[in-house]
Design a protein around this ligand. Structure first.
Ligand code: A3P
Ligand code: MG
Ligand code: MG
Ligand code: MG
Length: 353
């Protein structure tokens, strides 16, 4: 019998909602010493750590047996020099989890006025994201702020959560606080959640729990050469944008690419706002992380699209915390995908000839 993971979906949506609200509120108050640089030179903020604590708290209350592959860990807050950061995170996390229950939430998820945690509990709950993943069993993967650089610029970022069972992504939920609700009104209201569970479709729902708008089903539309364009990273260090230019040329694409941080690219693709997400490695030996692609992958597939690496192979979410050897990512509607794959092969041949 197939499972629809309905209970998991409800918890995941509520967790992404609370964490998204936290990140949106922290952005306006972020001060200089609340951002650290990690060993790989990438930034991380009090928002990332706090959002991971909130999501992990809710997941582990609801599903105590589950493991979590989370991007962040609390090591930097456990040392004396991390005291200020730790205090701020404790404040943010407790503010978020003790806020009154909203429709559909329950105290059983560790929420409400009685559930404030000690600093030690909060550090420990952040570190429950230290699971290594693997090919069998069930675990969650969490990117508490995907696109931290976009977040810091006040641009796109996403709170990203996925459930993986025996290497297959079964459920993906992404909160995009800065993404316009309507593609046709880019300067209108912002804030949406994207939800997909395997076999159940892809949906956009309001970020605000009190908004009773109906869920919007998502299907990738068909594109012509004139309407097609690429979705790609803002950060040149994350993807080889010159390669994308050549692929666009080979495909006869005339529209300029849309540059956007985070898995908001997958969300845009799923709702027809951009026709191809192309991410090619820059050649630094970086390995793509499962939390940067798992929820986006199931969203695109459930919206009727195809996602593979640049050789046309499926992404493997059962190899651990990374996707293993990195051959890039191509995501697009079914018909478009085959053409992009062909153009990518041609552009690669040109590079080596
Ligand atoms: N050299 C590199 N190559 C590819 N991706 C990288 C990278 N360095 C960092 N990243 C990843 O790129 C993600 C952002 O993707 P994008 O460029 O699509 O916005 C980052 O997520 P975080 O912001 O969660 O750390 C990080 O995991
Ligand atoms: Mg990061
Ligand atoms: Mg990320
Ligand atoms: Mg992140």
């Amino acid at each position: 019998m197939s499972t629809t993971y309905e209970a998991e979906k409800q918890v995941a949506i509520a967790a992404v909602r609370r964490a998204s609200a936290l990140t949106a509120s922290v952005f306006n108050k972020l001060v200089k010493n609340e951002t650290l640089t990690k060993d790989d030179k990438s930034p991380v903020t009090v928002g990332d750590f706090s959002a991971q604590a909130v999501v992990n708290t809710m997941l582990l209350r609801a599903f105590p047996e589950d493991n979590i592959v989370g991007e962040e860990d609390a090591a930097d807050m456990r040392v004396e020099s991390g005291k200020l950061l730790r205090n701020r995170i404790v404040e943010l996390v407790n503010e978020t989890i003790t806020a009154p229950l909203q429709a559909g939430e329950t105290e059983a998820w560790g929420l409400g006025p009685d559930y404030a945690q000690t600093p030690e509990q909060i550090m420990d709950i952040i570190d429950r994201g230290n699971y290594n993943g693997g090919s069998t069993g069930r675990f969650w993967t969490l990117d508490p702020i995907d696109g931290t650089k976009g977040f810091l610029r006040g641009e796109q970022y996403a709170v990203c959560l996925a459930l993986i069972v025996d290497s297959q992504v079964q459920l993906g939920v992404m909160g995009c606080p800065n993404l316009p609700v309507s593609v046709s009104n880019p300067s209108g209201p912002r804030g949406c959640i994207f939800v997909a569970s395997r076999g159940q479709g892809a949906w956009q729902i309001p970020l605000d729990a009190s908004d009773s708008s109906a869920p919007i089903p998502l299907t990738i539309p068909t594109f012509t050469k004139d309407t097609l364009n690429l979705l790609e990273s803002v950060e040149k260090a994350h993807a080889k944008l010159s390669f994308n230019d050549r692929v666009a040329e080979l495909l006869g694409i005339t529209k300029a690419p849309t540059r956007m941080d985070s898995q908001a690219k997958y969300c845009s693709l799923a709702r027809g706002d951009g026709g191809v997400y192309l991410r090619m490695p820059v050649g630094s030996g970086y390995k793509e992380k499962i939390w940067d692609h798992a929820p986006g992958a199931v969203l695109v597939e459930e919206a009727g699209g195809v996602i593979t690496d640049s050789r046309g192979e499926p992404l493997n979410f059962g190899l651990g915390r990374t996707l293993g050897e990195n051959f890039g990512v191509i995501a697009a509607g079914k018909n478009v995908h085959a053409h992009v794959l062909e153009a990518v092969k041609k552009a690669k041949e040109e590079e080596t000839s």
